[in-house]
Design a protein around this ligand. Structure first.
Ligand code: NAI
Length: 769
């Protein structure tokens, strides 16, 4: 035993263990063997596998490997329970969500210890972050449920949601998925990760106590095969968090099924430190960013970008801080770094870092425990942007770093990634911080902070980090579908399709604000309802799409125009269209459409889009931190849209109007039936001051253009309305680049178009002195 004066001398931490007995006793009440939670009760354990404590390698419990039959039983229970749960109404659901939140709070210690045992994360984190954030999620969504009908008059639940979650934040990811789904009136089948199923099973007991009706929440444990069975089951939506690789598999598997899909995938988030930053605060930010949860965090700031003037000083400070990091028993309350979730993950991290030779590797000097899966905090300096470790997600406590000279270079390096989940910017200069933050291509940006999360602040990615948001009204929206589509009264009278025949006549496409010959050199002859030749349109192809994307790139300034200016142009289009209303109506009539009604609805869509152009800015999220979290609406970027055949003018014009209103650019492929109506728009666009490249129109055979659109790496979104075979093809092929696909049998209403044309970027601005 050291003497008191010796303790003062060294200031060594004494052991401060949290007791595991309550959690182990809970496991013992189930005799260490768990079945699934289906229709309000636990099934008998079957085909079990072990879940272990990664800090000790000791077996914790046996859980069941869910079969396709288990999934089918759970989905059937969820299906049967759904109508009554939705019909009960928001306030009734709010009571249940509130009861869950209270019970999570009451059993917080048990949940925290169980989480730490199963996952290996420090108890400090499960106690202070995972469990309180999960509670907060249920409280917040009890509120959204209470207000549901008032705030979402046209929204309905999807129905049954399949939810697949990872092992890094087991209960928190469950809360992120279950709370909004239930608030909106869905029922769920949730599959926890195979390494960390225990807190989900404890949560099942909370559901029993909270009065969740049988079948509303179902939990089926198992591995990727169980997950795949859930994806294939009769569910209306899949919500997935996990690796980009599995995200792609799920995108392919659900293509054309009509199942809604949200994906929250990996990241390689930049952590930028400017020379005017508070360097000590930034060092603590790095600790929170990459060593929180052993770096097994999808939004971890794993790429350190340092301003050259302070780089050496910062690295020295960081190395000094690494000396005081404590690694060891996760149940010890003064431990900073716990265990890696599983030996397989430890092996993965070791292999990734071991295969790398560039740069200088520095590991924290703390001794590693003799058993269990532990990896030391590691810093690799002097890498170049193209090095594999600068690009690849390591998903462990490994930080890579490089330097930059100018703010522009910082932005370029930060965005030099296929991911787009999160970013941190450290600068004491408000101008620098707020100028840089919006330029970062990421869904969440922390100014002078890292890894801040809250139920009110939308979280989610761009690019290959996936799509959809969790948290806030935006996250709730991902659990609803809109019931109002573009006016069905406008559906064209049924007529025979126009006869298409390829003839070598020159007709033009509209690219970059100019009429352009199609690359194929071919035209398509179109006939009206009487069978008479009505005219020719160009037969667009892959090459023309490439040109249109280049034209959209050249028109990138559109995203920076003011809402006021965009509204002016939309009003101008409406004015020019209305000046030619009779001509357009007659043209539409000649192809069997409802001319006058379509023209009038199209003008109305332009007015609506113009009206919202300067009013769709986003909101301030009420997060329980000092400062602000801004949920900003940003343009989704470059869109290619296949127009439906049931609308001659309203659909194309509404898609253009919605995209332009929010600063996105669009390339339309009109339906063959109404292609000559779309070509008549060239002149309207020309005379309305629409900058070249902001709107492009490629006529042709839609099925020739679907694959090029899905596969184009430099398009941000594909909108496919109409032909379900094309929807399936585009959804399947988009798995390679994970572009956002919006689809449906006909064009959606303006509210949904606006949602598809924009993406929420959450910027956290903590302040205080
Ligand atoms: P994973 O993506 O394989 O697992 C996540 C979840 O998906 C688990 O519940 C798993 O059982 C399920 N799953 C696996 N294959 C499936 C399939 N074909 N269909 C449906 N569900 C399936 O992640 P894993 O293997 O545990 O970790 C590998 C890497 O993934 C990590 O090293 C990390 O890079 C990344 N990852 C990213 C996460 C994030 O939050 N973005 C979370 C977990 C892992």
């Amino acid at each position: 035993m050291p003497t008191l004066s010796e303790i003062f001398e060294t200031m060594e931490y004494g052991p401060a263990p949290e007791s595991a007995s309550e959690a182990l006793a809970w496991i013992a009440t189930h005799e260490g063997r768990f079945g699934h939670f289906i229709n309000g009760t636990f099934t008998a354990p079957a085909a079990t596998f072990v879940t272990v404590n990664p800090a000790t390698d000791a077996e914790l419990a046996q859980v069941s490997q869910g079969s396709a039959a288990d999934i089918a039983a759970a989905v059937a229970a969820a299906r049967a329970a759904q109508p009554a749960w939705e019909k009960a109404g928001g306030p009734a659901r709010a009571r249940v969500l509130y009861a869950i939140a209270r019970l999570l709070q009451k059993h917080a210690r048990l949940f925290a210890v169980l989480e730490t045992l199963d996952n290996g994360k420090p108890i400090r984190e499960s106690r202070d972050a995972d469990i309180p954030l999960a509670q907060r999620h249920f409280y917040y969504h009890a509120g959204l449920a209470q207000l549901f009908e008032a705030q979402n008059p046209n929204a309905r639940a999807h129905g049954v949601c399949g939810q697949i979650i990872p092992w890094n934040f087991p209960l928190l990811m469950l809360a992120w998925k279950v709370a909004p789904a239930l608030a909106a009136g869905n029922t769920v089948v949730l599959k926890p990760a195979e390494y960390t199923p225990l807190t989900a099973l404890l949560f099942a007991e909370v559901c029993q106590q909270a009065g969740v009706p049988a079948g509303v929440v179902n939990i089926v444990t198992g591995d990727g095969d169980t997950g795949a069975a859930l994806v294939a089951a009769d569910v209306n939506k899949i919500a997935f968090t996990g690796s980009t690789e599995v995200g792609r598999i799920i995108r392919q598997a659900t293509a054309g099924s009509g199942k809604a899909l949200t994906l929250e995938l990996g990241g390689k988030s930049p952590f930028i430190v400017f020379d005017d930053a508070d360097l000590d605060a930034a060092v603590e930010g790095v600790v929170d960013s990459i060593w929180f949860n052993q770096g097994q965090v999808c939004c971890a700031g794993s790429r350190l970008l340092l301003h050259e003037p302070i780089a050496a000083r910062f690295i020295a400070k960081l190395k000094r801080r690494m000396e005081s990091l404590r690694i060891g028993d996760p149940l010890d309350k003064s431990i900073d770094i716990g265990a890696i979730v599983h030996p397989v993950q430890l092996q993965r991290i070791t292999a990734l870092v071991g295969a790398h030779t560039a740069g200088e590797v520095h590991t924290a000097p703390c001794p590693l425990p003799a058993r269990g899966s532990f990896y030391p905090p590691t810093l690799i300096t002097g890498l170049s942007p193209s090095d594999a470790l600068m690009q690849q997600e390591i998903f462990g406590p490994v930080l890579v770093s490089t330097t930059f000279r100018t703010p522009a270079e910082a932005v370029e390096l930060a965005n030099n990634t296929r991911y787009g989940l999160a970013a941190s910017v450290f600068s004491e200069n408000i101008n620098t911080a707020l100028a840089i933050a919006p330029q970062l291509e990421a869904g969440v940006i922390w100014v002078n902070g890292a890894n801040m999360l809250d139920a009110a602040a939308p979280f989610g990615g761009m690019r290959e980090s996936g799509y959809g948001r969790e948290g806030g009204p935006e996250g709730l929206a991902a659990y609803t579908r809109m019931t109002n589509h573009a006016a069905p009264a406008l559906k064209s009278k049924p007529v025979a399709l126009p006869v298409l025949e390829q003839v070598d006549r020159t007709a033009k496409l509209y690219i970059g604000g100019k009429q352009a010959r199609p690359d194929s050199g071919y035209s398509i002859a179109l006939h009206d309802t009487t069978g008479a030749l009505a005219g020719h349109v160009g037969a667009g192809s892959r090459k023309d799409l490439r040109n249109a994307v280049e034209a959209m790139n050249a028109a990138k300034g559109w995203a920076k125009t003011t809402g006021h200016n965009r509204a002016q142009i939309l009003y101008f289009i409406a004015e020019n269209l209305s000046a030619r209303a009779a001509e357009f109506a007659a043209l539409i009539d000649s192809f069997g459409g409802a001319g006058a009604a379509e023209v009038s609805a199209a003008i109305d869509a332009l007015f609506t889009a113009a009206a919202v152009a300067d009013k769709y800015d986003g909101r301030v999220a009420g997060v329980p931190f000092g400062g602000l979290a801004l949920a900003l609406q940003t343009p989704v970027g470059k869109i290619a849209a296949l127009c439906p055949e049931d609308s001659a003018l309203l659909a194309p014009v509404a898609l253009i109007a919605g995209a332009l209103a929010l600063g996105s650019r669009i390339t339309l492929v009109p339906s063959a039936r109404y292609a000559l109506v779309a070509t008549a728009l060239y002149q309207v666009l020309d005379t309305s001051d629409v900058p070249g490249g902001v709107v492009n129109i490629i006529t042709g055979v839609q099925s020739d253009l679907a694959a090029p659109i899905a596969q184009h790496a430099d398009l941000d979104a594909a909108w496919v309305y109409g032909d379900q075979a094309l929807v399936a093809e585009v959804e399947r092929l988009s798995a390679s680049n994970l572009k956002r696909v919006s689809s449906g049998p006909s064009a959606p209403d303006m509210a949904q178009i606006l949602r598809a044309a924009s993406e929420v970027k959450t910027i956290w601005i903590p302040f205080g002195i």
